[in-house]
Ligand binder design. Structure first.
Ligand SMILES: [Zn+2]
Length: 118
């Protein structure tokens, strides 16, 4: 048997989800873990005893009333990490994030307007 923090599983599940949905968030491992760490530090753990080799599944997902608090903390954490990323700066993503328009223009020769159909 082993001890599991259900909130931790839920946080990782929701962080993945949010990163997939919000393209302005960096998806590198460092930012992902930073978001999870900040959110988890602000949440009360919810421990349970599970069989060894437990796999996170729908059965173990928390009730929606817990999720609202968790989601709020993750969104706050994502905002902190977005503004203070600890990954190496200067990568293409950072450039893209700071000035998406300029990045598109440079890399795709895209001016932000669509050619009109004649
Ligand atoms: Zn990052």
């Amino acid at each position: 048997m082993e001890l599991r923090n259900l909130v931790e599983d839920e946080v990782f599940y929701l962080v993945e989800k949010i990163l997939n949905e919000d393209e302005s968030l960096c998806k590198c491992e460092k930012c992902k873990l930073d978001i999870a760490a900040i959110a988890l530090n602000n949440l009360k753990p919810k421990y349970t005893v599970t069989e060894k080799g437990y796999v996170f599944s729908k059965t173990y997902r928390l009730k929606p009333q817990f999720n609202t608090d968790i989601l709020t903390e993750i969104i706050k954490a994502a905002e902190i990490v977005r503004n203070n990323p600890r990954h190496k700066l200067g990568g293409w993503f950072e450039e893209y994030r700071i000035n998406r328009y300029e990045w598109n223009r440079k890399n795709y020769n895209w001016e932000g307007t669509f050619p009109s159909i004649k």
